[in-house]
Design a protein around this ligand. Structure first.
Ligand code: GLU
Length: 348
């Protein structure tokens, strides 16, 4: 009898352990997913107006699959994203994921700068546990709002064991993207996120997750960047190239004490002659210059039409200008050495 009792207690413990739901934190930063407007058929709304508790309450099904906890990190449209919020977010993510009782994190975010925030976390989060960014293109008060399904899918990705070790992910409109590759491609449509050079790495349909690929560039636990003691980040500006370009923007960046400049060049990172001269002078003055491209696909290669060695420029490889900015900001927290910085652009 005693033996049977012991077996049933053991079975009870095993079952409750197996049935225990994973704990997922939803960290809200604002954006359209938390947007609210006066009309379901008008595009005007205020981003970030809805609190995290209301976001969670709008998708009750997520409570069936996980223990959900919410925290408000900020309440902004992501065009207001800044170094302070990035650092607060990254520090909180690292703190939460160091706790063995936390299984994953979903970050709700505006879509405008989601790619940069996701890449920042991809390089600074120190955990293999899933970290999933999610947003919406239509506010919660809009007809056919996309936020609730996106949030439901994001939580499903966060609790999925196959998401472990893949770095930071972006879930939107049934697609799963790697933070390194993803970019916003259409200003208004719900199908806006694409990974131009690599493709989406998976899909999530009504919560069913399927992966096709594994990100191979270094990230999270294999990243060398440590933000734990940082209060701010070095200033890096982006300049957008065009015919009849002017050197005054380079001079303005240098005068504003930029530590780095990302040049979104023409084609394979090509520069208008006067800009090239000004950027070369900026390098002589100690500013780090990275050549990226205004072209959405492909890479900016070392030694294309531009002699990078001669001018002391760095090539961004396949990072777009806004992501090259994130990597350079983090790179400059470690080194000013141009060779070392160039290596980072090939590694991450
Ligand atoms: N500007 C808003 C933001 O990025 C709108 C974009 C969105 O969230 O869809 O927060």
């Amino acid at each position: 009898m005693k033996y049977l009792q012991r077996i049933s207690v053991l079975l009870l413990i095993c079952t409750s352990f197996l049935l225990a739901k994973p704990t997922i934190y939803i960290l809200a930063t604002g954006g359209t997913i938390a947007g609210s407007g006066d009309s379901e058929i008008k595009s005007s709304y205020s981003a970030g107006a809805v609190t995290v508790d209301k976001l969670i309450a709008a998708v009750p099904s997520i409570n069936d699959i996980a223990v959900i906890k919410g925290e408000q990190i900020s309440s902004i449209g992501s065009q207001e994203m800044n170094n302070k919020v990035w650092l607060r977010l990254a520090k909180r993510v690292n703190e939460l994921l160091a706790n063995k009782d936390v299984d994953g994190i979903v970050i709700t975010h505006g879509t405008d700068t989601m790619e940069e925030s996701a890449y920042f976390l991809h390089l600074t989060a120190k955990s293999k546990k899933p970290i999933v960014f999610v947003g919406a293109m239509r506010s919660g008060t809009s007809m056919s709002a996309d936020g609730p399904m996106n949030l439901y899918n994001a939580v499903n990705v966060a609790i999925n064991k196959e998401s472990i070790g893949k770095g930071v992910l972006v879930v939107m409109n049934e697609d799963i993207h790697s933070a390194r590759e993803v970019t916003k491609s259409i200003t208004t449509a719900v199908q806006t996120f694409v990974s131009p050079n690599a493709g989406r790495i998976g899909s999530v349909f009504y919560g069913n997750v399927e992966y096709f690929m594994q990100p191979v560039k270094a990230h999270t636990v294999n990243s060398e960047f440590d933000i734990s003691k940082l209060e701010d980040l070095p200033r890096v500006d982006i300049l957008f190239a065009h015919p009849e370009d002017s050197s005054i923007f380079v001079e303005a960046a240098v005068n504003a004490s930029a530590k780095g400049i990302i040049h979104a060049g023409m084609g394979n990172g090509n520069l208008f002659p006067s800009t090239q001269k000004a950027l070369s002078k900026a390098v002589e003055d100690g500013v780090v210059v990275v050549r990226s491209s205004r072209v959405p696909n492909g890479a900016t290669t070392l030694e294309g039409e531009v002699n990078d060695k001669e001018f002391g420029f760095i090539a961004a490889n396949s990072l777009n200008a806004q992501k090259a900015r994130v990597l350079l900001m983090l790179g400059l927290t470690k080194t000013n050495d141009l060779k070392e910085l160039q290596k980072l652009f090939l590694k991450y």
